[in-house]
Design a protein around this ligand. Structure first.
Ligand SMILES: CC(C)(COP(=O)(O)OP(=O)(O)OC[C@H]1O[C@@H](n2cnc3c(N)ncnc32)[C@H](O)[C@@H]1OP(=O)(O)O)[C@@H](O)C(=O)NCCC(=O)NCCS
Length: 190
């Protein structure tokens, strides 16, 4: 069983060249709502857009509770020196017994194509493999989500394959496309 006590003692703040990754707090609700109510963003998650601010508060509360229960860690992505939440990334479906977790991410559409998410994901994956001690980090992607698949490849993930028609999203069954990176591949993070 992977011992995650250290990671979950206090929320880990991470920094990259341009970004600061910190805990998501209730004051981020307006930024979270703006992102999750944008149909272009949530299309990648296969979820309906948020329509009520309460949904943003509930999501933030869920992340806080999941951190307390050592089930998930989700960072707010901000620019260094600015506190505005531009997007989020982190681990959920943590399977300590199998040393495995799933990564997720989404970014405000106004910020797309500036290399922000690849910079954040690179840092989160490095932390997950080197500090948290995961052996495998996986991502599952809707096959229509080329942006996400390309991002994963760019960062150094390998395509595992498809599970056929695994989800029912927006009135259709969709394949589930798996990518992963292993601790033994940490040097291939780009
Ligand atoms: C996927 C997403 C996070 C990418 O964020 P981003 O900051 O724009 O990504 P980056 O600028 O770091 O791009 C990294 C690579 O991803 C690929 N990529 C990003 N956006 C792309 C697009 N619209 N079309 C094709 N490839 C794209 C490119 O290969 C890019 O590298 P390049 O710029 O050198 O060509 C963003 O589009 C998003 O939030 N989408 C909606 C939410 C979502 O799909 N989440 C993932 C669910 S699995």
């Amino acid at each position: 069983m992977l011992d995650l006590t250290e990671t979950f003692k206090s929320f880990p703040v991470l920094e990259t060249e341009r970004l600061r990754l910190r805990e998501i707090v209730p004051q981020d609700a307006a930024d979270v709502f703006a992102i999750f109510s944008d149909p272009a963003v949530v299309a990648g998650h296969g979820r309906p857009p948020f329509t009520e601010m309460d949904e943003a508060h509930e999501l933030i509360a869920w992340y806080a509770a999941a951190f307390q229960e050592k089930q998930a860690v989700r960072w707010a992505i901000t620019r260094l020196g600015e506190d505005k939440l531009l997007g989020t990334s982190g681990f959920h479906h943590i399977a300590a017994r199998h040393h495995r977790a799933e990564i997720g991410y989404e970014l405000a559409s106004a910020e797309w194509r500036q290399g922000i998410m690849s910079e954040a994901v690179r840092c989160v994956v490095q932390f997950g493999l080197a500090q948290m001690g995961f052996h495998r980090i996986e991502a599952n992607v809707d096959p229509d989500n080329t942006a996400s698949a390309n991002l994963l490849r760019k960062v150094g993930f390998t395509e595992d394959g498809y599970l056929r028609e695994r989800f029912y999203d927006n009135g259709r069954f969709v394949d589930d496309w798996f990518f992963s990176i292993l601790a033994t591949e940490i040097n291939q993070i780009k």
